[in-house]
Structure formats: C-alpha cells, structure tokens
Design a protein. Structure first.
Length: 364
C-alpha cells in the first residue's frame, strides 16, 4: 500500500513540476478536448478525478473504469456555445483478471457555415463544415484492492472544409482508495501526444515564381502551416465521504461526497475545483460545483492596454465559475433489468455564456 501511495505522490510532483513551468496560453490545437463530459462530473465543476467510476472515466481518469463489473454504456450530449453540438459516447467491457477495456468517441460538430472570401466577403453561395473527433481505446486494472491504474490511446482529428489535421495521444491515470471514510486520491495526465498540422486542398494556391517575366505559367504550391501541440493537462484530486452508511457520520438514507481537484494545462492558467454530491435514498442525486480560475490581468481584456496584457508580472485575479446538476438512478426499482442513471448539469462559462449537458448511463 505504501509503495502505491508513494508512486502516486511521485506522479503528482512530476506533473506539477512539468506544467508549472509552461506559459503557453492559447497555443494548442484540438481545444474541443477541454470540453468536460458527463452530467455528474460537470455538475461538480469537474472535481471528479479521484472518484470517477462510470464510462466518463475515459475522459477524466481512465483508472476509474477498473471498477466496472458489467458492461457499461454512456451517451452524453452537450449544448455548447454558438449552437455547437458536442457528443460523447463511451463503453466499458469487464475483462476479469486481465483487466477492463474501454472505447470512447468524442465528437464536436460546428454545423454548416457560409463560405466567404476576400473577393466575396458577403459569401459566394457555398457552405463548408467543421468537425472535431477523438477515438480512444482504453485499458484499466486493479493493481491491488486499493490501487487502480488506467491508460487510453487516442486518435485525434480536426477538419474544416477540405483541410484536416490529426494526432495521436495517450491518457494515463491512477486512483488510490484509503481506509479512512472513503478517502480517495486520484491523478491523471491527459492529451500527451504528437503535434497537429493542417493539410488539404484548401492550402493549394497559384503563384507566379517569376513575376518580373511575362507569359510564364503559374505554379501550384502548398501553404505550409505550423505544428501545434495538443492541450496536455495534469489533474490531481481527492474525495471524501463524510456522511453515509459507512462514513464518520452514520446515516442510512443520505450519502454526501466532497471532491477537490487541481488542474494544470500547458495552455491554460491553473484552476481549482470543489464539488459536492448528495445522494438521497438510492434515487436522487443533487450536485454543485465551484471552479476557481486565475486570470492574469488586473483589468478585463476590454479595458486593459497592450502593455498590461503582455506584462508577465501582472498579478491578475481569480474568477469563480459555478455549476449545478442532478441525477436520477433506478437502483430503488428492482423490476428494471438494467441500472440506469440520468444526469443533467448546467455550467457557467463566463463571457461565453451557459452550457448544459444531459447524459444517460446504463449497465447491461
């Protein structure tokens, strides 16, 4: 047990050291990978790393799928900004002593958009679409009765019109379960992978290599874009259950879970999240979450000068983002052959508005 806990602490120190030195805000590709999934997780502000145990684990911490004893399926729909539709599908297959296996599909559809050009800024009568997709294959295993590990391999693709970019990534995580009142510790590194570069027929252009000469034909050339890294991130969190049938405060009808997470990404300022979940009579879940984000600049972007925005010594300030949600489970209905969970959440995205999610999870 001590060896497992020591390994977890080492990963935490490594992750904090690794990401603490980066300052690359807004320099990553595949930003749809930052959209949290699952009404349960997002309802608690994303504070879920330590005790996530449903198919959404494939997004937050793949070690959480090691707890599955039956086939579990999750379908989640997010009403994102600007009417963008974000969908997430995941399934977990138990493999006995070998370990558990998982499959995930993360998809963002931005819909049809009118094509505009320099010569026709009002539109040329045609449309184009933009989509983002991530496909994942995962494996998780109980290393002991109190320590889980998991890993996921992902193929990531972004496409717009006739141009696309792709990359490969890996997620890895662990969860440790203590003997004290349901205390859990979890950590994960996600989106560690190759860089992305756009390629496609939209980047073909006609150029005249000898403009000083008349009559020479144009040459078809390709515009070369830069490589952009994935939004690699480190998560660390813990969870405790102060109220419940086997908790410090005994109660057979109610269960209270309190979670706390630290998140550090290569292209975002770090933030902290605290989430709570109240379970009532194996029927209803009530959730709330607070995400505390650090913004570097003392003024808003609208009021700050260029010098203030570029000043690395600007102390900045914290902004609170609230979320809430609820869930309904079929645990109290033995006549239902499958265990069903319906989860809903609403999250504050600041100037981007409000986002809502609804998800259905069931065990076969």
């Amino acid at each position: 047990m001590g060896k497992n806990l020591g390994s977890s602490c080492l990963l935490f120190l490594f992750g904090s050291r690794l990401f603490g030195q980066f300052d690359n805000v807004g320099t990553s590709a595949a930003n749809f990978l930052k959209i949290g999934v699952g009404g349960r997780a997002t309802g608690m502000g994303g504070a879920i790393t330590a005790n996530v145990n449903d198919p959404s684990s494939l997004y937050w911490n793949p070690a959480g799928t090691a707890n599955a004893e039956n086939i579990e399926v999750m379908v989640n729909i997010t009403d994102w900004i600007l009417d963008f539709k974000h969908n997430y599908f995941a399934v977990v297959f138990p493999g006995g002593r070998i370990g558990n296996f998982g499959l995930s599909v993360n998809f963002l559809d931005m819909g049809e958009m009118e094509r505009t050009t320099e010569l026709e800024p009002e539109g040329d009568g045609t449309t184009f679409s933009a989509t983002n997709t991530a496909l994942g294959l995962a494996f998780s295993k109980h290393m002991s009765d109190r320590f889980n590990v998991g890993v996921q391999l992902k193929m990531v693709q972004e496409s717009i019109s006739f141009t696309s970019a792709s990359a490969f990534a890996i997620d890895a995580g662990s969860q440790y379960i203590s003997r004290f009142s349901g205390l859990r510790i979890g950590m994960a590194i996600t989106n560690f992978g190759t860089k992305m570069r756009l390629n496609g027929t939209d980047q073909k252009i006609d150029i005249d290599p000898f403009e000083e000469l008349d009559g020479n034909p144009d040459v078809i050339a390709n515009l070369r874009t830069e490589d952009w890294p994935l939004p690699m991130a480190f998560r660390f969190g813990f969870s405790i259950q102060p109220l419940g049938p086997e908790s410090i405060i005994k109660n057979p009808l109610f269960v209270v879970m309190v979670n706390a997470d630290y998140y550090d990404s290569r292209d975002l300022s770090p933030y902290y999240a605290i989430g709570t979940e109240l379970k009532v009579k194996n029927l209803l879940y009530l959730r709330s979450g607070l995400k505390r984000e650090f913004l570097r600049y003392e003024d808003s972007i609208n009021n700050a000068s260029i010098e203030e925005l570029n000043n690395p010594e600007n102390s900045g300030f914290y902004v609170n983002r609230w979320s809430w949600g609820f869930g309904i489970t079929s645990e109290s209905f033995p006549n239902i052959p499958y265990k069903l969970n319906l989860d809903y959440s609403v999250s504050d995205l600041g100037i981007l508005g409000i986002s809502s999610q609804i998800g259905l999870t069931f065990k076969l």
